[in-house]
Design a binder for this molecule. Structure first.
Ligand SMILES: Cc1ncc(COP(=O)(O)O)c(C=O)c1O
Length: 393
């Protein structure tokens, strides 16, 4: 499990091949401490990588200077606008439409507060990131599911039905879109997103796009920011460098308004931006401005891992259905043919000592599935699949 930095042209090596299991086990974060030490953890969305060097330098420089006060200024928003222009051709993103928030999910709650009231509905595409349910409950919103299709793409008939159900209650509604989609890894196309905007507009439903995984699209797959599609102008997006550069411990994220919703974003309470971590903003600014080469090395490594995982599953667990998707570093595994019931993750944990996310917690369509985080070394992926296979042999 080792790789070297390419000294001849200074390109970073594959970040997923640089840490040994014994180094990873020294980590004290959720991924590595939730379970006993004999469990191989491939669950929560943390990556088994060292940090990109420019990020480490920016944060340690700030620490050395005692620059640990409250956040200030627009550098963080500007760095994202520069990254979005360079990566996604998003050239008209005025930093004035970008506001820091403490993290993505608190940003989601803040956007829902701008456009809906307690008791209003929030439509989600199940199976979906579990905190969508938890934070809507916490915020007094009613979740209505529009399940993804069998192909893991947005089912527009189900979406229209959910919009009708939501509005039939005589209240406002928002559509919380996960783009790219966690847990399936689906990357919505520009055409699909434009259709979302058309349908949402025809019902008067506002769109909040969670784009936490946006930099994590496989080489050759284009990410389309929702706010850039025709009709997306009155939406909101939440974004962050935390997933792509492994910075969830340094809380920070950005809320972005489309041109037609900028006035609403301006009403977001100042306290929320003020509660963003200054060190988090420093780290993410360095990621957006100087972390491009590291990100490219990561994306190449994730693509290798995706293929490696698919091959390992085909060989060792042929009854499990895995359809690799180009977004995120999360694999959605259909384990129903194994006959392990609604919660195969419990069986893999108990008998195989592998920690995965239980699919049923992702809502309708999740029972009998598990989510596996492959942002780790190929060796750990091999070992995890071996353990899973042994658990059900
Ligand atoms: C889709 C999605 N949104 C939000 C988050 C969490 O972001 P934050 O920790 O900034 O709230 C995650 C984390 O995995 C995620 O997958």
């Amino acid at each position: 499990m080792s790789d070297v930095t390419n000294a001849s042209n200074d390109l970073p090596g594959n970040p997923l091949r640089q840490l040994h299991l014994d180094q990873l086990r020294q980590r004290t974060s959720s991924k590595w401490r939730e379970h006993p030490a004999d469990v191989l953890p491939l669950w929560v969305a943390e990556m088994d990588v060292p940090l990109a060097e420019p990020i480490t330098k920016a944060v340690t420089d700030a620490m050395a200077a005692g620059d640990t006060g409250y956040p200030h200024g627009t550098a963080y928003a500007e760095s994202f606008a520069e990254f979005a222009a360079a990566r996604w051709d998003w050239s008209d993103l005025a930093p004035a439409r970008v506001r820091p928030v403490p993290d993505v999910m608190l940003g989601v709650v803040a956007m829902l507060d701008l456009i809906t009231a307690p008791g209003d509905a929030v439509i989600v595409n199940s199976p979906v990131y579990t905190p969508f349910y938890d934070f809507c409950a916490y915020n007094g919103r009613k979740v209505i599911e529009a399940p993804l299709g069998r192909d893991h793409r947005i089912d527009f008939a189900a979406l229209a039905e959910a919009f009708e159900l939501a509005l039939g209650r005589g209240r406002r509604a928002a559509y919380l879109l996960c783009s790219p989609h966690n847990p399936t890894g689906t990357v919505h196309t520009a055409a699909e997103l434009a259709r979302v905007a058309r349908v949402a507009d025809s019902y008067g439903v506002r769109v909040v796009a969670d784009e936490a995984h946006s930099p994590l699209c496989a080489p050759g797959t284009a990410f389309t920011p929702y706010l850039t599609v025709p009709g997306g102008e009155n939406g909101f997006a939440l974004t962050s460098a935390a997933k792509a550069w492994n910075l969830p411990g340094l809380r920070a994220a950005l809320a972005v308004a489309g041109p037609a919703s900028a006035a609403e974003l301006a009403r977001m309470p100042e306290e929320l931006s003020g509660s963003t971590s200054h060190l988090g903003a420093i780290a993410q600014t360095a990621a957006y401005r100087e972390g491009g080469a590291w990100l490219d090395a990561l994306l190449a490594g994730l693509e290798e891992n995706r293929r490696h995982l698919a091959a390992a599953i085909e060989t060792r667990l042929p009854q499990v259905v895995y359809r690799p998707q180009p977004g995120t570093y999360l694999a959605w595994l259909d384990c129903r043919a194994l006959g392990l019931g609604d919660d195969p993750a419990a069986v893999f944990l108990e008998r195989g000592r592998v920690a995965l996310n239980a699919g049923h917690r992702f809502g309708t369509g999740g029972a009998g599935h598990v989510r596996l985080n492959y942002a780790t070394s190929p060796e750990i992926i091999t070992e995890a699949v071996d353990r899973m296979a042994t658990a059900v042999a």
